[in-house]
Design a protein around this ligand. Sequence first.
Ligand SMILES: CCCCNC(=S)N1C[C@H](O)[C@@H](O)[C@@H](O)[C@H]1CO
Length: 598
Amino acid sequence: MALRKPLCLPSLLLLLLLLLLLLPQADTRSFVVDWNQDRFLLDGVPFRYVSGSLHYFRVPRVLWADRLFKMRMSGLNAVQFYVPWNYHEPEPGVYNFNGSRDLIAFLNEASIANLLVILRPGPYICAEWEMGGLPAWLLRKPNVRLRTSDPDFLAAVDSWFKVLLPKIYPWLYHNGGNIISIQVENEYGSYRACDISYMRHLAGLFRALLGEEILLFTTDGPEGLKCGSLEGLYTTVDFGPADNMTKIFALQREYEPHGPLVNSEYYTGWLDYWGQNHSTRSITDVTRGLENMLKLGASVNMYMFHGGTNFGYWNGADEKGHFLPITTSYDYDAPISEAGDVTPKLFALRNVISQDRGFMLYRTYLMYPVFEPTQFWVPNNGVHDRAYVMVDGVFQGVLERNMKHKLFLTGKMGATVDVLLENMGRLSFGSNYSDFKGLLEPPILGQTILTHWLMFPLEVDKLVKWWFPPQLLKNSRPQIPSGPIFYSTTFSILDSGGDTFLFLPGWTKGQVWINGFNLGRYWTKRGPQQTLYVPRPLLFPTGSLNKITLLELENVPPQPEIQFLDSPILNSTLHKTYIYSLSADTQSDSEPMELSGH
Ligand SMILES: CCCCNC(=S)N1C[C@H](O)[C@@H](O)[C@@H](O)[C@H]1CO
């Protein structure tokens, strides 16, 4: 048993105000492949996208924000979409980027929805869109060989991309935008031409107009990888729920032995032809397939997440022995219906994507001023389990399951109302194992049900592990702020100490990480545990800097102190035995009765 010597940090108060500011500067923005660990890195942090396809050209501009918002609230972190050449260049040299063709406006709406972008500008896009996105005026040269290095075809392609690609250049992620990757052509390996000069020409044009940094990729089905892939472009695959994921990802590995597994089109439904049955894909099959891919750490784009409509004459067609025009509806049996409705498939997919533990942030805005302190509460004991309430970032107090049901707040019109919701662990014994977490009901302010809540699962551990949170407590502040705040500092071990016990006198409640390892919850104010066990192997050897990060959820004393003791305090006399009584009316506030500690 390792000797437990006290790890004495500097005797005086350990100032928690040391913090390395690692804010990603605009010039350090990056989205790259980590070839050593077979993953993507976003600003140097491991990243996996869970994306959905939405085609702006199939949705009226006034509805873009609604659809993108629903995708974000489904837990997606990226949106993938094509750019149909024929939608923007109706005649040679005539361009239209206005109204529902305003590509930049759509990129901006995606940014507002906090969605990264995977862009697929073609020139061919397939997509059940008229001529796969190629302008019909190309056929005025009847002998043109589409999707090849035919000079007439390439001349038109070059002219188009020299207009389009400079428009999107500022939107590349490393330039401050949200486009993290760009696809070259579309399932080229499924096309009979197999013209490598054409693919090389496109790759060269994209590099010339977009630079060397942006990640360029290709997408093909399992049969198309040979002619669809190209050196210098990251090879990705596409397949649906009924396909053999293991086999197809193994095929991708033949072209990309390292780097992340990527399914660029995971089919959530399917297209419809006039005269045939509406296509559907079962929720069970679609969610199971997604779950299996996410377990592998793959990045996935769900095709389609919202299908929309082939307005006007924009539908495409297929030929399978006979001519098969595509229907006007592009509902695709997608998670968001053609009319924008959320569906059971969306909720099922959201459950697969969502997190199980930790913290959730709920945000809404006051639609009217609240001048007098007004009761804020959640009906039916609906806080599962603790809610830290802020108005415009100012801490208002805590609501707690079975204990504290209401608080009073004021706020100006338009004020942000944030509820940081902590899951304190699911029931492991008792009558009800379905211990759902979160805000189980919309909160009520006075007599008004607050609606339109944004919900953000907070990947706090990733934040802590890969990035110091900004220093929120400045020396210059007149008083110690309260409410959820990160504190972080570093320390080194003075000698060859052993295991130890972290003690946080005066702190209230929160979470603590040491060297990125989530040590667990502390609740000094409530006890009986006052110390957290710190296994020696978590600590770096003498002379190396250890990093400790704390998320204090309520209040920290003016002179916060961190101590490492040589023995635990698990039976604190500081705490008082709480007997919680729930009055008949569970809405009234039953302050716990405090008895003297034993
Ligand atoms: C009937 C197969 C039609 C070919 N298209 C296929 S496999 N697909 C892949 C293609 O990349 C995409 O644009 C869509 O067209 C999708 C079907 O929704």
